[in-house]
Ligand binder design. Structure first.
Ligand code: FES
Length: 230
């Protein structure tokens, strides 16, 4: 993985509006699996994507009010990660160490952030970019270093924070690109628009993202392959 990316930084792993109350979703950061879920109270959580009982991926679980229930044997975990209920032993109070590891997470500027390390500060504050609206996430089959180089090489781009870049599009609109280093071969981009929250602006940002993906996968990827073959 590139040294452009530090594991002690915050990275966006999705849009806040893409995870509704009761939603459960997998995520991957630097090759490490996570489950992201939102309770009915609106609080989001980023945990290890593995049940502490028999290792079932928690991404297949479901939200029961403000608990995440494992799909396999139904153990229910509260927002603090602690097991609150074991259906096979309804009278048992689970010990405190029956707990799913949680990771630092936060939400701001329409994004859900987490880290695989220990950041010194809070997630990037993008409040200087007014009216940010989350548009979409898009996976690129190219490693994060190449994607970051391609974003930085865009004519009208400027770095906002580690892994976060503002880009002026040909439609004279500012979009924000937040890079999620998935693993050594995949990158996810989370795209926000600073234009007024209109369907048209979101559609243009989404089109820009698809075209950028094509460019990176087909042009940058081909150049890298020919350099490696030389
Ligand atoms: S594997 Fe999750 S409850 Fe058994």
């Amino acid at each position: 993985m590139s040294d452009l990316f530090s594991k002690n930084c915050w990275y966006a792993i999705g849009g806040s509006t893409a995870l509704e109350a009761g939603g459960v979703s997998p995520a991957r950061l630097f090759g490490e699996e996570r489950v992201v879920w939102r309770g009915e109270d609106g609080a989001s959580h980023v945990w290890q994507n593995q049940c502490i009982h028999r290792g079932m991926r928690l991404q297949y679980g479901f939200v029961d009010q403000n608990r995440l229930s494992c799909r396999y044997h139904g153990w229910r975990f509260g927002g603090d990660g602690k097991c609150a209920n074991i259906p096979a032993h309804p009278d048992m109070t689970p010990p405190d160490d029956f707990c799913v590891p949680a990771y630092p997470s936060a939400e701001n500027n329409g994004l859900i952030w987490t880290t695989t390390g220990k950041p010194d500060d809070s997630p990037p504050d993008l409040s200087g970019c007014v009216n940010l609206t989350f548009c979409r996430s898009i996976v690129i089959d190219t490693n994060p270093t190449e994607v970051d180089k391609a974003v930085s090489a865009l004519a009208s781009s400027s770095r906002v924070a580690p892994g976060v870049t503002a880009v002026e599009t040909s439609a004279d609109e500012t979009i924000i690109i937040a890079i999620q280093p998935v693993d050594g071969e995949k990158t996810q981009l989370h795209v926000l628009t600073a234009a007024a929250d209109t369907t048209a602006a979101r559609r243009r940002a989404s089109t820009w993202a698809r075209q950028f993906r094509w460019q990176v996968e087909n042009v940058v990827g081909a150049e890298t392959a020919s350099q490696n073959a030389a």
